[in-house]
Design a protein around this ligand. Structure first.
Ligand code: TXA
Ligand code: MG
Length: 354
């Protein structure tokens, strides 16, 4: 008999676990939902990146997310829903502009930040009076939320500050055995996280560039203010506002953004190249990853995190990333590359200073 949540005490995951822990998503959605009911964690695919999910109303289960990711408690989580009507259960107001956006972009890579209802536990929102809500465009994510019959709080399923996962194998490589279930839904279609827009102030404010480009948001609702947290350099001065740290998405290998780079300038080092299109000169690079041969930003976004991971696994001294055009999805990609390079930049600045 499959385990049912009534037979297991709340907060303790049932002992039956899949071996291996990566399981095909479709046949296992019901069991995974029972795991969520029982206070467990389930990694699941969305169209952006894989999420690490728990029952959003279960503070103890949500605390396990923070533990497993080693995520600082000041960094709030996104609550995932499967039905727009659920916004009213989570938020005390739903302004017109937010409604216009969700009508146009849900299901999809858009997260809206609204004043929270008391039912949302403080641990989910890191004590903030607001909650981030998203309705993902992925049949497995939606089926899991519906089967669990609760909203699912889920950050990206990677250790804090590291590269986000776009396949089940990426999740498996990075999170330890305390995570029992990884629902495999194949590679993520969008490849960068959702765009986050806050509706707490007088005008909508972009907190994170993502899968819905800023230009597209503005075409729908008019001007959107860009919050300092959406600009990597200024996030360095305001690391707590709100969870968008300057250094993020970081591979273990130092990554540097450089225009018109030439491998010969790094003599004596094993250097890899992360290139938008095919590079004109391939000589001297120890490894090359091309994000999109045909120069398509959507394709580049979908390939971004997997390409960074492959370079990170290639035993390099340095990864050089070429800047991409900063329009449309290029803004989200460049945001990720700037944050991925922030640690190396800080390191280089320190070694120069001393
Ligand atoms: O595409 C996505 O959004 C993915 C998938 C799994 O849905 N999720 C994701 O979650 O990227 P995470 O935890 O990696 O990033 C969530 C971001 C953080 O920067 C956090 O600070 C911000 O959302 N956030 C969450 N709640 C917030 C709030 N109440 N106010 C401001 N920012 C908030
Ligand atoms: Mg993340």
């Amino acid at each position: 008999m499959p385990f049912g949540h009534s037979t297991w005490p709340f907060g303790i995951p049932p002992p039956m676990k899949p071996t291996p822990r990566i399981v095909p998503a479709e046949p296992n959605i019901e069991q995974a939902a029972r795991q969520i009911d029982a206070g467990g964690l389930v990694a699941f695919p969305t169209e952006t990146v894989y999420g690490l999910g728990a029952n959003a109303f279960d503070a103890i289960a949500v605390a396990r997310i923070f533990e497993l990711k080693a995520r600082p408690q000041f960094d709030p989580l996104i609550v995932h829903i499967a039905d727009v009507a659920d916004v009213e259960c989570l938020a005390t107001s739903f302004p017109h502009a937010a409604r216009v956006l969700v009508e146009q972009f849900w299901p999809g890579p858009l997260t809206v930040v609204l004043p929270k209802q008391p039912i949302v536990p403080d641990i989910v929102t890191a004590g903030l009076p607001s909650v981030a809500i998203r309705l993902p465009d992925h049949p497995i994510a939606l089926a899991l939320i519906r089967a669990a019959r609760v909203p699912i709080a889920a950050p990206s399923a990677n250790p804090f500050g590291r590269v986000s996962p776009t396949t089940a194998a990426h999740v498996d490589e990075q999170l330890d055995e305390r995570l029992e279930w990884i629902l495999d839904g194949g590679p993520c279609r969008v490849g960068v996280e959702s765009t986050i827009v806050s509706f707490l102030g007088p005008t909508p404010s972009l907190l994170r560039p993502g899968g819905v480009p800023l230009e597209v948001l503005e075409a729908a609702i008019g001007p959107v203010t860009v919050h300092p947290s959406a600009i990597p350099s200024s996030a360095a001065d305001r690391p707590l506002a709100p969870g968008q740290l300057a250094s993020h998405y970081a591979p273990s290998t130092p990554l540097q953004l450089l225009i018109n780079s030439d491998a010969s300038q790094f003599r004596g080092q094993r250097v890899g190249l992360l290139s938008f299109r095919s590079p004109s000169n391939r000589t001297g690079w120890a490894a090359i990853e091309v994000l999109s041969e045909r120069g398509d930003l959507g394709e580049a976004a979908a390939n971004l995190f997997a390409a960074i991971r492959r370079l990170d696994a290639a035993g390099l001294d340095l990864i050089i990333a070429e800047p991409l055009p900063e329009a449309g999805l290029g803004n989200a990609i460049m945001d990720r590359l700037r944050r991925a390079s922030a640690r190396a930049a800080a390191h280089f600045a320190r070694t120069k200073a001393t």
